[in-house]
Design a binder for this molecule. Structure first.
Ligand code: C5J
Length: 223
C-alpha cells in the first residue's frame, strides 16, 4: 500500500510500568508480565526512525485520576485482582496518574515535545483529545504498536478505523500476556482484506520509512 508519510503518526499504546513490570496492574490481574518484553526492542527501532524522520510521535497511558472520578465502578470492581485500581502497590497506587507505575518504561520514554495522551479507557480516542491532535497535524495514517494487542491496541485501532484513519499495526511491536490472543488480535485486524487495518513487521515498516520518509525529507518536505 502507498502511505503519505507526512500524514502518518506513530502511536505507542500504554508501554507503562503498570503493564510491563512486576507489581503493576497487569500482574495484579494474575498475568505473566514477562510476555510483554518482546515488543520493547521493535518499538524502540521504529521510534528511533520516526524521531529521525520528524514523524509525529504519540504515546498513550491508561490510568485514572487520584480521586477515581474517571474510573467506572464496573472497571474498578471487575475480576479478583490482588490489588484493585487505586490501591497502594510497590510502584505507587495502581493505574493512577502521576504514580511511578503509571509512567512509561525508561526504554521508550517520551522525548520533550512528544505528545502523551492520558486515557481512562482502553481506546485512545475515548474521553481524550487524540482526535483533535490528529486533525491539527493533518494525520490520516497511524502506525500503531504497544500493549496489549487484543485489548488497548485492538480497541484503539477499531476506534480509529471508524473515524476514517488507516491503521498499520506493527506486529512485533505489540504483545499480549496471552500469545494466542496476540496472534488472533492481529488476525482480526487484517482479516477480510483489512477490516480494521493492516499488519506489518517492524522490519518492513523501517524499510519503507527509510526509503520514503528520508527521501521526502531530503527533498525538503516537512510535517
Ligand atoms: C489492559 C491495555 N490490558 N493497555 N490494558 O488492561 O491493554
Amino acid at each position: 500500500m502507498e502511505l503519505d508519510w507526512l500524514a502518518t503518526a506513530l502511536v505507542i499504546i500504554d508501554m507503562q510500568r503498570d503493564f510491563m513490570e512486576p507489581g503493576g496492574f497487569g500482574e495484579t490481574l494474575g498475568n505473566d508480565v514477562s510476555q510483554l518484553a518482546r515488543a520493547v526492542k521493535p518499538i524502540g527501532t521504529v521510534l528511533a526512525a520516526a524521531r529521525d524522520a520528524g514523524m509525529l510521535v504519540i504515546h498513550t497511558r491508561e490510568g485514572h485520576l487520584p480521586d477515581l472520578s474517571d474510573a467506572p465502578p464496573a472497571k474498578v470492581a471487575r475480576g479478583a485482582p490482588s490489588r484493585r485500581i487505586g490501591d497502594p502497590g510497590p510502584m505507587g497506587r495502581i493505574l493512577i496518574r502521576g504514580e511511578a507505575g503509571h509512567d512509561i518504561i525508561p526504554e521508550l520514554y517520551p522525548m520533550a515535545g512528544e505528545i502523551v495522551i492520558d486515557k481512562p479507557g482502553k481506546g485512545a480516542f475515548y474521553a481524550t483529545g487524540l482526535g483533535d491532535v490528529l486533525e491539527k497535524y493533518g494525520i490520516e495514517n497511524l502506525l500503531v504498536c504497544g500493549v496489549t494487542t487484543e485489548v488497548c491496541v485492538n480497541t484503539t485501532v477499531r476506534e480509529a478505523n471508524d473515524r476514517g484513519y488507516r491503521c498499520i499495526v506493527i506486529a512485533d511491536g505489540c504483545a499480549s500476556y496471552f500469545p494466542e490472543f496476540h496472534e488472533m488480535g492481529l488476525k482480526m485486524i487484517k482479516a477480510q482484506g483489512g477490516i480494521f487495518g493492516w499488519v506489518a513487521d517492524s522490519a518492513a515498516i523501517l524499510e519503507a520509512m527509510t526509503t520514503e520518509t528520508f527521501g521526502k525529507r531530503a527533498a525538503g518536505a516537512s510535517r
